[in-house]
Ligand binder design. Sequence first.
Ligand code: NAP
Length: 264
Amino acid sequence: MSALALPPKVIITGASSGIGEALAVCFAAKGCALGLAARSVSKLDSLAQRLRADYAVQVETIALDVQDQASIVIALDDLVARLGGIDIVVANAGITGIRRSGRDPLSIDLAIFQTNLFGAIATLDAATRHFLKQGHGHLVGMSSFSAFAPIPGSAAYTSSKAALTNYMNAMRLELLDKHIDVTVIHPGFINTHIAPKMDKYPFVINADVAAKEMMAAIERKQVNVIVPALPWRFAKGLLQHMPDSWMGFMVQRMMKKSSSKKAN
Ligand SMILES: NC(=O)c1ccc[n+]([C@@H]2O[C@H](COP(=O)([O-])OP(=O)(O)OC[C@H]3O[C@@H](n4cnc5c(N)ncnc54)[C@H](OP(=O)(O)O)[C@@H]3O)[C@@H](O)[C@H]2O)c1
């Protein structure tokens, strides 16, 4: 295995806001060179400027829509060339959306799968091509706690994340003897702009706090991580044995609570 360059060179998709942006700050604080991708390139550029000024690190940016899978290989290759190599790729870009089965347009669900699952798979696959050639690398995927907890109205979101988790765990076994690490992160509720009023959700934490926990898990090369660990690790065990009627009741209460807090 060739030696890992220190500090590592890291590419993050969906780095223009929320968890991706907070992770970029954490990696920059460790002295890592960064390649940042998202659709909003102006947001990436102002983040890059801030990181270069605060941490004196190399930061490269590129406009990328992960729904356009053909453009992912091109963007990754471009960033790898500008960084002069790559050690860690974080497939973080993601969207959510509410759709009522049999009532709302299927296009809502297709866009969610296209971004969260096929966009992430294409990102991880493009990274794996580099990692196989150089004989090392670390794949990180942003799944969700909802991979373990089907949520009514979010069938596409929760199943896109469940599929990503299984896909990446299969990749890890496939790549065991190739010196390629695979980390799947399952966030609980993190206060970002992914959905309205995220700050009103139960047990929500800020993105910078979440990113520090994620960063520690990446450094330890953990394989499946739940962030924050509590209460969600405990909840995972409970949910697996919960009857549908209880689950429906809990989700309804949670939605009502967050919408009544929204009105306040
Ligand atoms: N917040 C939570 O509670 C939570 C919980 C579980 C999992 N997650 C996961 O964490 C990841 C980050 O979400 P977040 O909460 O940080 O939300 P966010 O603030 O909305 O960030 C999402 C990021 O993904 C990018 N993105 C969206 N569609 C894209 C596309 N087609 N191509 C390229 N980039 C795209 C966005 O950038 P542009 O719009 O500029 O492209 C943005 O940088 C997602 O995968 C999400 O599913 C979040």
